[in-house]
Write a protein that binds this ligand. Structure first.
Ligand code: BES
Ligand code: ZN
Ligand code: ZN
Length: 514
């Protein structure tokens, strides 16, 4: 897929595409009066129902595709646009239309971004394991942007960076576990750090993890022939970003992402049933998502300090595997009895949360395909999240909404906390019947003090076994965009609060007492 953003149609198009979303995108300025009437009658017809989506009609003697963007139930209008753009791109490629002109002169920037992402999503395929790779027909989309050309070009650059991160996430997740071992993941992260200005990397191997007391990784990873690793990626936008340098401002926030990175989860000695095992190639989705998000954040040079901790291990069966009943001491000094070797994600995350504290996190967001209970509770379309800070929780919901990613707030229910207590150790790694809550309460025991923390359980949303929205079978890339948006909003919020502080200091505005 190629895009070409122009102010007026070049005349090179083989077909025109008109988006219809409750008339929020108009196109009267580009059509003849006669054609406008024709469009009007088609749109009225669409309201009545019989209209076929993506139908080709002759308008102004041009083949024109009408894209009905309000088809799917439960989606926001931005998501409808994305879906519609995805369907359009698939159809145009299938019909081998070389150039499609999309009339977007009246679109709002966020509508344009959503459409672009829909086109990008249509381009994704994962055929690395097919014996023959099929080349999809390449369509060029000419975006007619009117006076918004310059603005749209900037948005297109941002969308391309975000799409690259989504593609990276999906590729890592879809790669099978013998090909993406913890060491291979580290290789990928090293390459990314090398080629992303401003991004630094620290890698701890088994020996270093053990020496420094990151025993969650050691406990989970020791049963595998592939040793565990913990990666810490750091980007300081308050120093390296051009924008921040220009403004000479530093936000005090340090946003740290922590990702569960089980390159495979057999369940360990508490072996999983065969049916639910193949999907466990996706048990490193959290780590893939935080790696891709920090890469995009650094590339976008957002003026904020962000780090990403990837907790990598393989939960395998071997003669050194952790035994049910074994007790280890976690990095923060608490002792943990391994009641169930399949509840391994929370063990490696205890190290990730400790590392976030050691590097000075003010805000932590952890992402983990943590519990089957979350899949049963919310399915594949909504991620449940737990949060100890109201402002951060609201931010997560709002950022998710802006990115067409749905989040539902779940309770850190204290009444269930006693169920985590063990006879011998301080804690055990299983709890009450409310499995997703029990896991979150366990993690909370390892959150550094005075730190805003959100835990996203993406077990349902990270990987789908049937096609969903603009994703085929496999990884969805869920979470990448919301993480980037969170960093974006936190950086601009710190800009705004500093603006306010500066104005106060200058005495420009009188302080109003309430
Ligand atoms: N990786 C799984 C959770 C999971 C399930 C992810 C389905 C994606 C899809 C996790 O490590 C796990 O096995 N959790 C157990 C915990 C239980 C043993 C307390 C679960 O949810 O069954
Ligand atoms: Zn497990
Ligand atoms: Zn797991």
């Amino acid at each position: 897929m190629k895009t070409n953003i122009v102010s007026t149609a070049t005349g090179k198009a083989n077909a025109y595409a008109l988006f219809f979303v409750k008339k929020s995108i108009q196109f009267s300025n580009i059509l003849s009066e006669e054609a406008e009437k024709q469009v009007e009658s088609v749109l009225n017809g669409m309201n009545d129902g019989p209209f076929e989506d993506l139908e080709f009609l002759e308008i102004d003697n041009q083949p024109t595709i009408f894209v009905d963007a309000a088809k799917e139930r439960g989606l926001s209008s931005l998501d409808h646009l994305r879906m519609a753009a995805y369907r359009l791109a698939k159809k145009a490629s299938k019909r081998q239309i070389p150039v499609v002109s999309i009339m977007l002169a009246d679109a709002a920037p966020e509508q344009f971004k959503s459409i672009l992402l829909g086109l990008h999503y249509a381009d994704y395929k994962f055929d690395a394991y097919k014996s023959k790779q099929k080349e999809a027909f390449q369509v060029t989309f000419e975006i007619v942007a009117g006076e918004q050309v310059a603005e749209f070009k900037k948005i297109a650059e941002v969308a391309a960076i975000e799409n690259k991160a989504i593609v990276l996430t999906k590729n890592l997740i879809n790669t099978s576990a013998s090909d993406l071992t913890p060491a291979e993941f580290v290789e990928n992260a090293n390459t990314i750090a090398k080629f992303t200005p401003g991004l630094s990397i620290k890698v701890r191997n088994m020996k270093q993890l053990e020496k420094e007391g990151f025993m969650g990784h050691v406990t989970v990873g020791k049963g595998s022939s592939h040793e565990p690793y913990m990666i810490t990626l750091s980007y300081d936008g308050s120093k390296s970003s051009k924008k921040a340098a220009k403004n000479a401002r530093t936000s005090a926030d340090h946003l740290v992402f922590v990702g569960k990175g089980l390159t495979f989860d057999t369940g360990g000695l508490c072996l999983k049933p065969p049916k639910s095992m193949p999907e466990m190639i996706s048990d490193m989705s959290g780590a893939a998502t935080v790696l891709a998000a920090i890469q995009a954040i650094a590339t976008l040079e957002l003026p904020i300090k962000v780090s990403a901790v990837c907790c990598l291990a393989e939960n395998a069966i071997g003669n050194k595997s952790v035994l049910p009943g074994d007790i280890f001491t976690a990095k923060n000094g608490k002792t943990v009895m391994v009641d169930n070797t399949d509840a391994e994600g929370r063990l490696v995350l205890s190290d990730g949360l400790a590392e976030a504290g050691l590097i000075g996190a003010t805000h932590i967001v952890d992402l983990a395909t943590l519990t089957g209970a979350m899949v049963r509770a919310l399915g594949y379309a909504v991620a449940g999240f737990f949060c100890n800070d109201d402002a951060l929780a609201l931010n997560v919901i709002n950022c998710g909404e802006a990115c067409c990613e749905k989040f539902w707030s779940m309770p850190l229910e204290e009444e269930y906390a006693d169920a985590l207590k063990d006879h011998f150790a301080d804690l055990k790694n299983t709890g009450s019947d409310a499995g997703a809550i029990a896991a979150a309460l366990f993690l909370q025991e390892f959150v550094p003090e005075n730190t805003a923390w959100a835990h996203w359980d993406i077990a349902g949303t990270a990987f789908v076994s049937k096609s969903w929205k603009y994703t085929d079978f496999g990884a969805t890339g869920f979470g990448v965009q919301t993480l980037i948006e969170l960093a974006r909003r936190m950086s601009s919020a710190s800009d705004e609060s500093e603006d306010a502080a500066n104005e106060d200091a200058d005495g420009e505005y009188a302080t109003v007492e309430v």
